[in-house]
Design a protein around this ligand. Sequence first.
Ligand SMILES: [Zn+2]
Ligand SMILES: [Zn+2]
Ligand SMILES: [Zn+2]
Ligand SMILES: [Zn+2]
Ligand SMILES: [Zn+2]
Ligand SMILES: [Zn+2]
Ligand SMILES: [Zn+2]
Ligand SMILES: [Zn+2]
Length: 395
Amino acid sequence: MALKASFFSGMKDKTLPCRIRECKNTWVWSGEEQVRWMRDNREGAPQRMCPSCFVKFNELEDMQIPCSREGCTNTWTWTKSARLGAAKRGHTEPPHGRLCESCANEAKDIESREVRCRVKGCTNTWTLAGKEILASDGKTPSRMCDACYEKYRGFKNRHVPCRIEGCENSWEWTRGMQLESAAKGKSGPPRRMCERCTEIFNSLEDVELPCRVNVCDNTWWWPKFAQIEARLKGEDAPGRMCERCHALYKDLKDKTLKCRVPGCKETVHWSRWMQLEGKLKGKTKSPRRMCATCQEKVAEYAPKEVACKHDGCENTWTWSPEMQLGSVLRGFGAEKPPVRMCDECHQFMEEAKTEKLQCGSCGKEIVWTKEHQLHVKLGVWTKPSLCSDCISKKV
Ligand SMILES: [Zn+2]
Ligand SMILES: [Zn+2]
Ligand SMILES: [Zn+2]
Ligand SMILES: [Zn+2]
Ligand SMILES: [Zn+2]
Ligand SMILES: [Zn+2]
Ligand SMILES: [Zn+2]
Ligand SMILES: [Zn+2]
């Protein structure tokens, strides 16, 4: 008895791993059992399940699963152990693509085939095994090559900010999408919209808007993208130039012009914008503009009516404040107006033509100037009837 006790006490309990590969638990092989095991001349250690697996194992039953080959009515057995292992990995469904025994044997004679990787831009292949060829009944499944799969596993789905400026949302750049852009040699996520913006985008149309240059009748297109951005910022349609105006504007430069008031040394800013408007109105010359100082000073003068320079004319012409200022700036003062004719006399001079008359005495040709005609019209002089020679003879 004493011997037996000491023999048993020499065998310590052992902790061994559960025989279900996917299980991390252990079970205890008692010293007593170990002795019995040796007494039966058995070697190594028994393959056993942990207590928890054992309980589950007893709840399970072998299952008959239909052969995955199309048209085959046979089944294969999904054993209790296999089911337990699958359950440990979180699977409750039987594995796909398994063949019944007879089909599996048949598949052994079918040669495997190389299939192009399903990732767009990848030129690798993967191997379609004989049993898969048999199961898929001629249809080729789409799958990625090993290299792509490796990469795929290294990726994580990423949240990428919406491409619409001012939108806080993001869209999901999936591992599959990342893989495709990597295969195409692209780095970084593409520019895309979030789901909400895409929805708004699809409800919109590009809008045609008038050119912001008032004198231009052209239009420009407001793209949907920009419309969403404006909507998010609570902004209205922007004022923008049409393509033609934009191209013209780009080539223009701000210029400095001389003030139009004679005698003034100051300059006027001629902006690109004003140049553009002028161009569109068909103006080829630079405008005549007044500097700021002159604009201020000119207000100090009032228009003055000045008598026409021609004797006998009752009309006046207007000495404008601007002309008065010009006179002052050139040192002539604003007291003595220049000698000028009225509008009516001016118009007469424009329209009249030099006439040829005949001398009433000798018949020689008399040239009747416009100026003389005007004086006659004003009643100061009389229409000539004799040539100068005949007049002097008369005298
Ligand atoms: Zn276990
Ligand atoms: Zn089968
Ligand atoms: Zn690939
Ligand atoms: Zn968005
Ligand atoms: Zn325009
Ligand atoms: Zn000026
Ligand atoms: Zn006059
Ligand atoms: Zn004469």
